[in-house]
Design a protein around this ligand. Structure first.
Ligand code: NAG
Ligand code: NAG
Ligand code: NAG
Ligand code: NAG
Ligand code: NAG
Ligand code: NAG
Ligand code: NAG
Ligand code: NAG
Ligand code: NAG
Ligand code: NAG
Ligand code: NAG
Length: 658
């Protein structure tokens, strides 16, 4: 009987094995880490060509909602974390359904979407401070960015609220990363931008936005970049603002002064007392304290309309203001006095808006000046009017933001720069693996550590086994040991060679991550390869790869140490310690790499370092038709962390984690 002989496992082949196993461990690590560190480019959302609204003319963004997709035009909301659409019911009782549908940016019929997964009726929480309230019919559905011809990412199962109140005339595309809690259950629904980041479609939870200006050139469209910003749209400055402590009012700037210049007057001070202003693109107007509004009234000759609470501008005043062509300069700083400041200048044209019925109960269209009297400091807001001339860059992960004066260079082409997540930037480190061309995480991620650990464990096991085998066969055969490293010239050394030639191919396979995004199939076919090699010579080795939890590959999700142990426990002892946290094979939602756990959501929360405190869950409300109810009945809100009685009395209780 021909026996395999010890010399085949000389130190030479042992070294080959070791090198191979080490290579394997790094390839494994790279394979695991590849998906999460392949840094995607920012998503530049294409605005459509329409200018919509009853409170002015605003550039809109088309969303594709539901299956089959229904197109709706929306305004970007920096305050909301949900997608809001106008329900078909909002126009069904109108005399001219078609005109209503068109003016509201098209509507959404939930019963025509096969993927609509209704949650219930809740209060539209955002903007309740401004007196804009209403009820929404909430559910999960597929939402894609961009209309036909300019399709951006499409995500399944995202939070959508349908409404028919006219407080919000068109839909809203919320880009705030706060999650939405619909019930007391432990599953907050992540926001759209959080999903984009989790699915690795944008480099970070951040955005750059300007509302566009219909009075510049031949109308300049809005610009929205997710995960980055467009440097061609603004004049750089060095001022970085930190978030305010209230996470329902975080993009707050100190308004230090407002100066007005026109053909006849110069440097009129319009802000008697500096205030903190919240920047919120959801609403159109600029809301200032009463004394500032009075200053505007006398500087511009405005009259307050008691019926609508608007500054309506009649034709005579309109022509005069056009002729004066005033500039209004807002001086912003982190604080209300001192420190570095940035000036944002708005020409009168930015304030020259047309209000159409049914806006604020108007009967006829009228020019108006988008200035509103704020009742208290919770209403001091820079709305979309301000963002016509300002470019806002918000980094939700670093909790800071910048405000820039827009630059108006005709025909300037977009120059998109990414914002990377903290700790993630390309070219920070040289990688030990084989993917030098790829941007790689600057730190060893969990996946990489697991990969290396598994690979090293694998190689140690191989070496140990080979050593034992070598020494035992040495004794039993009573042969002189080969000197380490010396090739066994006198042996027909078939089997080691039979293994080795497979190596180049296998390496290539395992390291295929360097060719681009690693696909699940690649990983699956990569792992068994060492098994099939080793198998040829020694059956006992067959057991070793069992150490690699097969779930790793399929889910493409990083297993925690605990989960890895659970898998291993199950394989060796047949003990299921606990159900796996999630099904790694997301058949239904292939785009969704991993389901979202609350702990992951807290990452994007700027106070995610601390556990949520002081928040009580919300009782789910029995679904009823709440759309016709007025919101004053304080229907439980999906956003509300607290019951009504304590609302407002405690500024520390909020919807999202602190
Ligand atoms: C929504 O679609 C359904 C099914 O096509 C239709 O019966 C219903 O009338 C539509 N609702 C509205 C408000 O248009
Ligand atoms: C939202 O859900 C999370 C996770 O269950 C919970 O920790 C948090 O307290 C909830 N937030 C609010 C405001 O209820
Ligand atoms: C949709 O998302 C919610 C929360 O994010 C989750 O509870 C629900 O199971 C998801 N539905 C599907 C079909 O994935
Ligand atoms: C920003 O700061 C740099 C260095 O401090 C300076 O060179 C540059 O001029 C500043 N830019 C502006 C717009 O102030
Ligand atoms: C307003 O600003 C523009 C651009 O900076 C300038 O050309 C114009 O002269 C200014 N108008 C007044 C009245 O100062
Ligand atoms: C608006 O109301 C104020 C006080 O409520 C009153 O003094 C003022 O005359 C009213 N203005 C008009 C135009 O009715
Ligand atoms: C609206 O316009 C019509 C015709 O231009 C006019 O008759 C009517 O009085 C106006 N209504 C209001 C409230 O100004
Ligand atoms: C601010 O004023 C609005 C409108 O009057 C009111 O609803 C809100 O409760 C006030 N908020 C605070 C904090 O006083
Ligand atoms: C946020 O802070 C970082 C580090 O201080 C800075 O590099 C970055 O420009 C800031 N981001 C914005 C949008 O201001
Ligand atoms: C990273 O390195 C590659 C090539 O080594 C280079 O082309 C790329 O510009 C670098 N990226 C950054 C952000 O430095
Ligand atoms: C990468 O390694 C090379 C040589 O090992 C070194 O010259 C280079 O500076 C390193 N680059 C970085 C970004 O560390």
């Amino acid at each position: 009987m021909l026996r395999f002989r010890a010399p085949r496992f000389s130190f030479g082949s042992l070294l080959v094995f070791t090198a191979f196993a080490t290579q394997l461990s790094f390839c494994l690590a790279d394979a695991l880490v590849e998906r999460s560190t392949q840094i995607p480019a920012p998503v530049s959302v294409t605005p459509d060509q329409n200018w919509d609204g009853i409170d002015g003319q605003w550039s809109t963004f088309t969303l594709r909602v539901g299956t089959p997709q229904q197109f709706v035009r929306t305004f970007v909301s920096t305050a909301s974390q949900q997608t809001w659409v106008v329900l078909a019911e909002a126009c069904s009782d109108k005399s001219d359904v078609q005109a209503c549908t068109e003016s509201r940016g098209w509507t959404y019929n939930t019963s025509q979407s096969s993927t609509w997964d209704q949650i219930g009726f809740y209060m539209l929480w955002t903007e309740r401070n401004m007196g804009y309230s209403g009820n929404g019919q909430y559910g999960y559905d597929t939402v894609g960015l961009g209309g036909l011809g300019s399709e951006g990412p499409t995500l399944k199962n995202t939070t959508v609220g349908g409404f028919d109140t006219t407080n919000f005339y068109l839909g809203i595309f919320g880009i705030n990363p706060k999650p939405t809690n619909f019930s007391s259950f432990n599953d907050p629904s992540p926001s759209y931008i959080t999903y984009l980041k989790q699915d690795n479609l944008i480099p970070s939870v951040s955005f750059g936005y300007t509302a566009g200006a219909q009075y510049r050139f031949t109308k300049v469209l809005a610009s929205l970049t997710l995960g980055g910003y467009d440097t061609s749209r603004f004049v750089p400055n060095n001022l970085t603002f930190g978030f305010a402590p209230d996470n329902e009012r975080d993009i707050v700037v100190g308004l230090q002064s407002i100066a007005m210049n026109d053909q006849t007057k110069s440097n009129i001070d319009l802000l008697p007392t500096p205030v903190f202003m919240y920047i919120d693109s959801t609403i159109p107007e600029i809301w200032l304290p009463l004394d500032a509004c009075k200053a505007f009234e006398s500087a511009f000759g405005l009259t307050y309309d008691n019926a609508t609470n608007l500054y309506l501008v009649n034709d005579a005043l309109h022509s005069r203001l056009l002729a004066e062509s005033a500039n209004v300069t807002f001086t912003l700083g982190q604080k209300t006095t001192g420190g570095e400041t940035v000036e944002i200048v708005l020409p009168y044209a930015a304030f020259d808006l047309v209000a159409k019925p049914p806006y604020r109960g108007l009967q006829n269209s009228s020019n108006y000046f988008p200035l509103r009297r704020a009742a208290n400091e919770s209403q001091y807001v820079f709305g979309r009017t301000f963002l016509q001339e300002a470019y806002l860059v918000v980094d939700w992960e670093r909790f800071n933001f910048s405000v820039y004066q827009c630059s108006w260079v005709f025909g300037a082409s977009a120059h998109i720069l990414p914002i990377y997540s903290p700790g993630t930037a390309p070219n920070v480190t040289n990688t030990t693996g084989s993917t030098p061309d790829h941007p790689v995480s600057s730190h060893l991620s969990t996946a990489k550590i697991i990969g290396i650990a598994v690979g090293v464990g694998f190689s140690v096991a191989i070496i140990a086994f080979l050593l034992i085998w070598w020494f035992s066969s040495e004794k039993s055969e009573d042969e002189p040991p080969n000197s380490p490293g010396s090739p066994p010239a006198n042996e027909t050394n078939v089997f080691p060679k039979a293994e080795l030639p497979a190596e180049p191919t296998i390496r290539h396979e395992m390291c295929s991550g360097s060719d681009g995004l690693l696909k699940p199939e690649d990983v699956v076919s990569g792992f068994p390869s060492p098994t099939s090699e080793v198998e040829g010579s020694e059956r006992k080795i067959y057991e070793m790869p069992g150490d690699i939890p097969p779930r790793l590959e399929a889910g493409g999700r990083q297993l925690s140490e605990k989960e890895t142990m659970m898998v291993r426990e199950r394989i060796y002892n047949g003990v299921e310690l606990a159900p796996p946290p999630s099904s790694p094979i997301a058949e239904e939602t292939p785009k969704r790499i991993a389901p979202v756990s609350p702990s992951e959501v807290t990452i994007v929360n700027r106070r995610g370092l601390q556990p949520p405190q002081n928040v009580s869950p919300i009782t789910p409300r029995t679904p009823r038709d709440g759309r016709d109810l007025e919101a004053d009945d304080m229907i439980l809100s999906p956003l509300s962390p607290m019951d009504d009685s304590t609302e407002g009395s405690s500024s520390r209780r909020r919807f999202s984690y602190e």
